[in-house]
Design a protein around this ligand. Structure first.
Ligand code: DX5
Ligand code: ZN
Length: 220
């Protein structure tokens, strides 16, 4: 399991420390939520912030583009040092082209699905993606409750990936915490993104380790 803390839920006045905490807690990626105030109501960070953080850590930056026109921003984020980049299926006009652009720049290319978008829309494009990010909340804000029906989407997608012998990884984002991370991983999710469960804790680095233990330990 790869753990990707979402710094959207950290102290936004001190993102440098948030990234340091990710390193101390043994995180695998730093999840970076880009919102444009159009695809989602909220407005967050741009490529200059990504560049500043990428220069501050060796952890790969996982850029989740919640924007209405992702193609306009791709090159900026790739040049800023994003190592994983995902775009929403719901707004991708030329998804195949966008995924190839990400891969050609040497980054891992991901497709994100909103909770209500069925995984079956990915049938043809699946081999062109490095990962699929399943939203387990409606995108826009940290701290929302987990939507349990998304677990079944992960199971179906995992079955399809295995049936076809693909190497696509499944990520999940939204409402993941100590109480559900094991269930999520058992459904076939390999990349767990967690915002408030990490940064809402008194000791975020310790919480990252606890999330990993829970994800990897069978409970009775
Ligand atoms: C939601 C963002 C998530 C969010 C996760 O739109 O994409 O990455 O920060 O935060 P939690 O884990 O608190 O739901
Ligand atoms: Zn996200």
């Amino acid at each position: 399991m790869l753990l990707a803390p979402s710094i959207l839920a950290a102290d936004l006045a001190d993102l440098k420390s948030a990234v340091d905490l990710c390193e101390r807690g043994g995180a695998d990626l730093v999840h970076f939520d880009v919102m444009d105030g159009c695809f989602v109501p909220n407005l967050t960070f741009g490529a200059p912030v990504a560049r500043a953080l990428a220069g501050h850590t060796d952890l790969p930056l996982d850029v989740h583009l919640m924007v209405a026109e992702p193609d306009r921003l791709l090159d900026d984020f790739l040049a800023a040092g994003a190592r994983w980049v995902s775009i929403h299926w719901e707004v991708a006009t030329h998804l195949d082209r966008s995924l190839h652009r990400i891969r050609e720049a040497g980054a891992r290319a991901g497709v994100v699905l909103n909770p209500a978008t069925p995984v079956e829309v990915l049938t043809d494009i699946l081999p062109e993606a490095d990962f699929v990010l399943l939203m387990s909340v409606n995108p826009g804000f940290a701290g929302q409750p987990f939507l349990p029906y998304v677990v079944d989407k992960a199971r179906r997608l995992r079955g399809e990936i295995e049936r076809r012998g693909l190497a696509v990884q499944i990520a999940m984002d939204g409402g993941i915490g100590l109480d559900n991370i094991r269930r999520v991983v058992k459904a076939g999710v390999e990349v767990c993104i967690a915002g408030s469960a990490v940064f809402g804790a008194a000791d975020p680095a310790e919480r990252m380790r606890e999330l990993r233990r829970r994800a990897e330990t069978e409970v009775a």
